[in-house]
Design a protein around this ligand. Structure first.
Ligand SMILES: Nc1ncnc2c1ncn2[C@@H]1O[C@H](COP(=O)(O)OP(=O)(O)OP(=O)(O)O)[C@@H](O)[C@H]1O
Length: 250
C-alpha cells in the first residue's frame, strides 16, 4: 500500500503562508526511514507548520510533500502516520484505558493494542484513572499512547517532552529509539537544544528554512563547536537573516 523504499518524508520547495504571514519559504528536506530525526529551532520558526504539512492538515501555497511515497494527507496514509500535537488530544472525563479503547475503535486497530501501548508508555498502573486527574506529563503520554495505536510507520511528535521532568524525558527518548529500532520512522520537534544529541539526525530550522541537515556528530564537526547550541549559533552567524526591503521573504 505504501512505498517501502521511499524516504519517510520528502519535501520539495514548500511554501506555506499562515494568515498573511509567509512561514515556510521554499523549504526542501528529506527524512530517512527507521531513525529518530530531530526538528530543532527557536519558537515561531515554523516547526509545527512543517509538521502540519507532513500530516496533511495544513493548506500549502506550493511545493510537494510526500510521505512514505504518497502525497501527504492521502487516505492511504491515515493509519500509517501517528501525530501528537503540542496540546494533548485526550478526553478528560474518560479513563486512560477508555480513551485508548475509543481511539483504537476509530482506527480499527487490534483490541490487544490498548495493552501494548499502555505498556510502551508506562501507563498500565494509571489505566483506570480519569485523564483529567493525571499530571501534565502523564496526560501527554496518553496522547503519545494514542498515536502508537495501530503501529504507524511514521510518528510525528510536536514537542513531546515539553514540561516533562528529566527522568521522564530520558525514558521517552529511550522509547523513541526502541520504536526506531523496530522500523518506525520518527520526526520529533523540540526547541530544547540539549535534546539534539539524542537524535540520529538533526534538522536545524530558523525562520522557515532548514539551516542544517546532519548527524549530531557531523554538525559539531562541520561547525567546529562542542555542543548543538554552539553549532546553531555558528550556523546563524553564517546565514544572517536578510533585512527588510531587500526583496527577501522577511
Ligand atoms: N493559525 C495561525 N494563523 C496565523 N499565523 C500563525 C498561525 N499559527 C502559527 N502562526 C505563525 O506562524 C509562524 C510559525 O509558527 P509555528 O507554530 O509553526 O512555529 P514553531 O516553530 O512550531 O513554534 P513553537 O516552538 O513556539 O511551537 C509563527 O510566526 C506564528 O505566529
Amino acid at each position: 500500500m505504501v512505498n517501502e523504499s521511499a524516504p519517510a518524508v520528502d519535501v520539495t520547495d514548500l511554501h506555506v503562508q499562515r494568515g498573511k504571514h509567509p512561514v515556510l519559504h521554499g523549504l526542501s528536506v528529506s527524512v530517512p526511514r527507521g531513525v529518530v530525526v530531530g526538528l530543532l529551532g527557536p519558537s515561531g520558526c515554523g516547526k509545527t507548520t512543517l509538521l502540519r504539512t507532513i500530516v496533511g492538515v495544513q493548506v500549502v501555497q506550493s511545493g510537494t510533500v510526500t510521505v512514505l511515497g504518497r502525497e501527504a494527507g492521502s487516505a492511504s496514509l491515515r493509519h500509517r502516520v501517528g501525530y501528537v500535537t503540542q496540546d494533548a488530544s485526550v478526553y478528560d472525563d474518560l479513563t486512560v484505558r477508555q480513551n485508548l479503547q475509543y481511539f483504537r475503535a476509530v482506527l480499527g486497530a487490534p483490541r490487544s493494542d490498548v495493552d501494548r501501548v499502555l505498556t510502551l508508555t508506562d501507563l498500565t498502573s494509571q489505566a483506570g484513572q480519569l485523564v483529567g486527574s493525571l499530571s501534565g506529563g502523564q496526560r501527554s503520554r496518553v496522547s503519545l499512547a494514542g498515536a502508537l495505536l495501530g503501529s504507524p510507520d511514521l510518528l510525528v511528535l510536536d514537542e513531546p517532552t515539553v514540561g516533562l521532568d528529566p527522568l521522564l524525558r530520558v525514558e521517552l527518548w529511550t522509547l523513541f529509539h526502541q520504536l526506531a529500532a523496530s522500523g518506525t520512522s520518527l520526526l520529533v520537534s523540540s526547541h530544547v537544544m540539549d535534546e539534539a544529541s539524542r537524535c540520529d539526525r538533526l534538522l536545524l530550522m530558523r525562520d522557515g528554512e532548514i539551516l542544517a541537515d546532519d548527524t549530531p556528530a557531523g554538525l559539531l564537526a562541520s561547525t567546529g563547536t562542542a555542543d548543538t547550541e554552539g553549532a546553531f549559533l555558528a550556523l546563524i552567524a553564517r546565514h544572517p537573516l536578510a533585512g527588510p526591503g531587500d526583496g527577501s521573504h522577511s
